[in-house]
Design a protein around this ligand. Structure first.
Ligand code: ZN
Length: 508
C-alpha cells in the first residue's frame, strides 16, 4: 500500500466525477437538450471545466505526482497505480503547459470556428472559414511548442505533428505512420483501380427505396442487442451523427441516425457504435471512474468498433442467422434480394468524395489524403490557403476523382475546425489493428462458425478478457504484443483487404 498514492485518490475521484458530468452534458447537447438550452448550459459547462482543470492542476497534485514518479516510491506501486501515474503525468503536462488565458481564448475560438465551418460547408465558401482555420492552426502550433519546450526542444521537422498525434495515439510516431501509409499506397491504389472498373457488377439499387424509420429503429435495437450491447448498462438515442460516449462501465451512451432512403447506413452505425460501447462496458470495475478507466487510445477504440462493423458485420456468416429477420421487417423492399446480393451490396467498393460514406477498401485513401495535408501544414510546407487545391489534387491522384465543390471536399469534416489535428490517422490504424486481431483470433477459435451459430458472446468474451478489461493499463503496442505476440503490423490489413476484395469481385 502506498500512503502517498492514497492521498491522491480523492483528487482523482473528483476529476473523474467532473469528467463524467461533462460527458453527460455533451451527450445531452447532441440528443435531448432543448433548442434554447445552449447559452445557460454553456455557462455550467464552463464552470465544470474550470473545476476539472483545477482538480488536477494544483500544487498538491503536482507535488504528489513528482514524488510518486521517483523510482523509490514508484516501485512500490501496483501495475494499475503505475498506469494511473503515467496517465496523470500525460494529462498534467497537456493541461499545465498552456497558460490558462490562452487556453480559454482557444476554446472560444474553436467554438466560433466550428460554427463558421458549418455555415461555410453549407454555402461551399472556404474563404469565410479560412481566417478562422488559420488562427486555429496557429494556436495548435503554439500549444505544441509549449509541450516541446517542456520536454526539451527537438530539431525534427515533424516534432509539432508528433505532439498532436500523441494526444490521440501515443504509441505511434510520424515515422511509423509514414511506413504504414507507404504500404497502403503501394498495395491498395492498384487494387482500388481494378475494383472501380467493375463498378457495375454489384447491384445495390434496393437500398434507395423507402424504409420506414420506426421499423428501422426496431431492427437496429435488436441488432445492437444481438452483437452484445447490454441495454441494462447503456442507452441508444438519435443525433445528427452517430457517436458513443461513456460515463463509466455501467452507463454508456450511444446514438444512431436513420435515413428513410438508406437502410444500410444505420445498420452499420449500430454495429460500429456497439463495438465502442461493448469496449467500455467490459472495462474492469476497479478501473472505471479512474484515470485509466477508458479505452486504451483512439486507435484501439476504433479497432474495436471496426472489428465489429467490418470484420464481423460485413461477413456473410454474420448475416446468415438474422437476414430473414431483416427481410421480415421490410418484406416488399427486400423480397427479391437474396443474402448473397445483400452481402455484396454492403461491401460494394466505389471511389467517392465523402469519407464517412466510403467502403472498407477506399476508406484508408481518405485518411492518407488528410494525413499528408495535416503533416505538410505543420511542417510549413503548405498554408491553410493551399488546402482546397491540394485536397483536389490528391483526390485525383489517389482515387481518380475530378474536381468537385469544397463542401464535398476540404470542408466535409468537422475535425480541423475545432483543432483536432492528428486525429484522422487513428481511424485507419484502427482498421489495421482490427485485421491483425482477426487473423490471430482465427487461430484461437472457429471464428466463422461462431458467427454462423449466432454465438457472438464468445467473441465478445475473448475481446473482453484480452483487451477491454484492461482499460488504459496497456498501450496499443503492449496490447497487441500480449494478445497476438507481435507489435502493430499493418501487413495483415493489406492481406485482409486484398483477400476480401479479390474474392468479392472475382479478380483471380
Ligand atoms: Zn468510431
Amino acid at each position: 500500500m502506498s500512503e502517498l498514492f492514497d492521498q491522491l485518490i480523492p483528487m482523482l475521484e473528483r476529476s473523474a466525477a467532473l469528467t463524467a458530468a461533462l460527458a453527460l452534458f455533451e451527450w445531452d447537447a447532441e440528443t435531448l437538450a432543448p433548442e434554447e438550452a445552449s447559452d445557460n448550459t454553456g455557462k455550467i459547462i464552463g464552470i465544470l471545466s474550470n473545476d476539472y482543470f483545477h482538480s488536477l492542476i494544483n500544487p498538491e497534485v503536482k507535488l504528489l505526482l513528482k514524488k510518486l514518479e521517483e523510482p523509490d516510491h514508484n516501485k512500490q506501486l501496483t501495475l494499475e497505480q503505475k498506469a494511473v501515474i503515467k496517465q496523470l503525468r500525460r494529462t498534467y503536462d497537456q493541461l499545465a503547459s498552456i497558460p490558462g488565458r490562452e487556453y480559454s481564448e482557444f476554446c472560444e475560438l474553436a467554438n466560433k470556428s466550428s460554427s463558421v465551418w458549418a455555415k461555410a460547408r453549407e454555402n461551399n465558401d472556404f474563404k469565410s472559414f479560412e481566417p478562422y482555420l488559420e488562427k486555429v492552426v496557429e494556436y495548435k502550433k503554439k500549444f505544441a511548442g509549449y509541450r516541446l519546450k517542456a520536454e526539451g526542444q527537438k530539431e525534427d521537422p515533424d516534432a509539432i505533428y508528433n505532439v498532436l498525434l500523441s494526444d490521440f495515439e501515443p504509441s505511434l510516431s510520424t515515422k511509423e505512420l509514414d511506413d504504414f501509409f507507404e504500404l497502403i499506397k503501394e498495395e491498395l491504389v492498384p487494387l482500388i483501380q481494378e475494383v472501380a472498373e467493375k463498378k457495375d457488377e454489384i447491384d445495390d439499387a434496393f437500398n434507395s427505396q423507402s424504409f420506414d424509420i420506426q421499423k428501422q429503429r426496431e431492427f437496429n435495437t435488436f441488432l445492437a442487442d444481438y452483437v452484445g450491447f447490454e441495454k441494462e448498462k447503456g442507452v441508444i438515442a438519435e443525433s445528427a451523427h452517430p457517436f458513443t460516449t461513456n460515463l463509466h462501465n455501467k452507463d454508456v451512451r450511444m446514438t444512431n441516425h436513420y435515413y428513410e432512403n438508406n437502410l444500410i447506413t444505420a445498420l452499420f452505425s449500430t454495429i460500429h457504435e456497439s463495438g465502442h460501447a461493448i469496449y467500455e462496458m467490459q472495462i474492469r470495475d476497479d478501473l472505471t471512474l479512474t484515470m485509466i478507466g477508458a479505452g486504451a487510445s483512439m486507435a484501439v477504440h476504433e479497432s474495436q468498433s471496426r472489428f465489429y462493423e467490418n470484420i464481423i458485420g460485413k461477413s456473410k456468416e454474420f448475416w446468415k442467422p438474422i437476414y430473414n429477420q431483416l427481410v421480415e421487417n421490410f418484406p416488399e423492399q427486400l423480397k427479391d434480394v437474396e443474402l448473397d446480393q445483400f452481402v455484396k451490396a454492403i461491401n460494394k467498393s466505389l471511389p467517392g468524395y465523402i469519407r464517412t460514406d466510403a467502403d472498407e477498401l477506399t476508406y484508408p485513401m481518405h485518411i492518407l489524403i488528410r494525413y499528408e495535408l495535416e503533416r505538410a501544414l505543420f511542417r510549413d510546407e503548405i498554408t491553410v490557403k493551399d488546402l482546397p487545391q491540394e485536397w483536389k489534387k490528391k483526390y485525383t491522384k489517389y482515387l481518380g476523382l475530378k474536381e468537385d465543390t469544397d463542401t464535398k471536399g476540404v470542408l466535409q469534416d468537422t475535425h480541423w475546425s475545432g483543432g483536432d489535428f492528428g486525429y484522422f490517422p487513428t481511424y485507419a490504424i484502427g482498421s489495421a489493428v482490427a485485421a491483425q486481431l482477426y487473423y490471430f483470433m482465427k487461430t484461437q477459435m472457429q471464428f466463422e462458425e461462431l458467427l454462423e451459430d449466432g454465438n457472438l458472446a464468445q467473441i465478445k468474451k475473448y475481446l473482453g478478457e484480452h483487451i477491454h478489461q484492461y482499460g488504459m493499463i496497456y498501450d496499443m503496442n503492449e496490447l497487441l504484443q500480449n494478445v497476438t505476440g507481435e507489435k502493430f503490423n499493418p501487413s495483415y490489413y493489406v492481406k485482409y483487404l486484398k483477400e476480401k476484395y479479390t474474392k468479392l469481385y472475382g479478380l483471380d
